[in-house]
Ligand binder design. Structure first.
Ligand code: ADP
Length: 483
């Protein structure tokens, strides 16, 4: 089979070598826009997962002893190579994930920003000195890398979630094993090629493609793995956390979201519509910070709905490689079936379809869904209680601030929330009351490398990015010195 343009390898990367599965088995990678097989990669299992940990464990001492400047400059090499290969990475992303080429280019920039940010952060792993309680004592706190890190990444941002975890771990002085999502391993392989070319030594970064259950279990059971960092669904996150307990591994979990958007009647409606569109429809609604519940104050409901409809009608859905396409397909059949179930359930329980509502049959092979707006939505509908992961915007009216806060907080999820108002006082009061890790105030795109990304409640534990991100990969060691 011909390998996708831009990728030299379609293998796993363990201890600085490109390898096949021990069984020589492979699995196919499908283009979700066309249904075509674009490549195949090794079907790794427990054996390969353990080999990867062997390599990461061996490499740890040497990597962790490098100076921060040395690690930083290797990461900066990687950063420049990623940007130099932006078009190739973007086309791989579009082919295996489906997102439009414009979104894919944006993701490559975003992915690269985590590398440069963490290359800088590596140099700022500051310890502490603390006044002691006796004259003959000194207290010093040093920060050290936690050890071998196992990372498991999702398919919705195959480049950015890879670098957000790996660049941070490596900057901290940790070595890593990573399993990319089954649907999108090729982006991870390309990024690894570039990390290798950048001079990151053998064993520091190891990639295992294949069966999630056996690879995950091997890493959970291995005492040499000191931390699991995961982005994905809440049920898998809960499983990893439970299993990590046996050897008391640290965990960072970035799980599902069910983001509310609260649009007050004093909001700049154009700005709110623009924010909802970028938050809701980006990546075809397949992000964990997607607007999932759009609460609109009663007085502006008709105007807001009309304006949103007019703008959503302009979204062009199609095969990601077509240059004028804004959004691509859903990732697979299961993704489509969930979105359709949410729409059907809402309609059965009284919602009105303002726009869209069904699969776009003109695209053979892919699961394309019409950008959809629902009105008359209420809390008994599935769409209000589960993450949709699709381009469906449910609109719910509210009367006053207290109602908006209590409805928005009425969820087990707590990742991102959005507020639209021109009143500074309302914005701050609401933001402080919202039980979410991220609040966008008149801003539908809050994610950025220099801010701590993460959720509360069942949306996760730990933060990625910002000053806080690297802390997740460090241990504090306290030196009690008697002089
Ligand atoms: P989704 O349902 O959106 O695919 P998942 O949480 O299933 O989300 O997937 C996110 C990542 O978790 C993927 O890399 C997937 O392979 C991995 N994964 C799924 N199940 C397990 C498991 N039992 N153990 C380890 N990793 C898993």
């Amino acid at each position: 089979m011909e390998t996708l343009k831009g990728i030299q390898q379609n293998k796993m990367f363990i201890n600085g070598k490109w390898v096949s599965a021990l069984s020589n088995e492979t699995f196919d990678v499908i283009n979700p826009g066309t249904g075509e097989i674009i490549d195949s990669v090794p079907l790794g299992r427990e054996g390969e997962a353990i080999l990867a940990v062997d390599a990461a464990d061996q490499a740890f001492q040497c990597w962790s002893e490098k100076t921060a400047n040395e690690r930083s400059s290797l990461l900066m090499n990687w950063f420049h190579l990623v940007l130099d290969h932006k078009e190739e990475i973007a086309s791989i992303l579009t082919a295996e994930q489906g997102k439009s080429i414009t979104e894919a280019r944006g993701e490559v920039d975003y992915a690269a920003s985590f590398i440069s940010w963490n290359a800088e952060e590596a140099k700022r792993i500051y310890g502490e000195t603390i006044p002691a309680s006796a004259q003959n004592k000194r207290i010093v706190v040093i920060k050290q890398p936690i050890g071998v890190v196992a990372a498991i990444t999702p398919w919705n941002f195959p480049a950015a979630m890879f670098t957000r975890k790996i660049a941070t771990a490596l900057a901290a002085g940790c070595t890593a094993v990573i399993k990319p999502a089954e649907s999108t391993p090729l982006t991870a392989i390309k990024l690894t090629e570039l990390a290798h070319e950048a001079g990151i030594p053998a064993g520091v970064l190891n990639v295992v493609t294949g069966d999630p259950k056996t690879i995950g279990k091997a890493w959970l059971d291995d005492k040499r793995v000191k931390k699991i960092t995961f982005t994905g669904s809440t049920p898998v996150g809960k499983y990893l956390m439970r299993e990590a307990a046996d050897s008391i591994k640290k965990v960072s979990l970035e799980l599902g979201g069910h983001a509310p958007v609260i649009v007050f009647d004093d909001a700049d409606i154009e700005k709110a519509v623009e924010g909802v569109i970028s938050s809701k429809f980006r990546n075809s609604g397949q992000t964990c910070v997607c607007a999932n519940r759009i609460y609109v104050q009663r007085g502006i409901l008709p105007e807001f709905t009309e304006k949103l409809k007019n703008e959503v009608k302009k979204i062009k859905v199609g095969i990601g490689t077509d240059l004028d396409v804004n959004i691509g397909p859903l990732i697979n059949e299961a993704g489509y079936l969930k979105v359709q179930r949410h729409v059907d359930d809402a309609v059965k329980k009284g919602a009105k379809i303002e726009l869209g509502g069904k699969r776009m049959e003109q695209f053979q092979g892919g699961y394309f869904f019409e950008p959809t707006i629902l009105s008359g939505v209420h809390e008994q509908m599935d769409i209000m209680n589960e993450e949709t992961f699709g381009p469906v915007a449910p609109i719910i009216p509210f009367e006053d601030r207290n109602e908006a806060i209590s409805q928005a907080n009425n969820s087990d999820y707590g990742l991102a929330a959005y507020v639209y108002t021109e009143s500074l006082s309302t914005a701050i009061k609401i933001a402080e009351k919202l039980e979410f890790g991220i609040v966008g105030i008149n801003d539908g795109l809050p994610s950025t490398a220099q801010a701590p990304f993460g959720g509360v409640k069942q949306s996760g534990i730990g933060r990625e990015g910002g000053r806080q991100g690297i802390e997740e990969f460090l241990e504090n060691k306290y030196l009690s010195i008697r002089i």
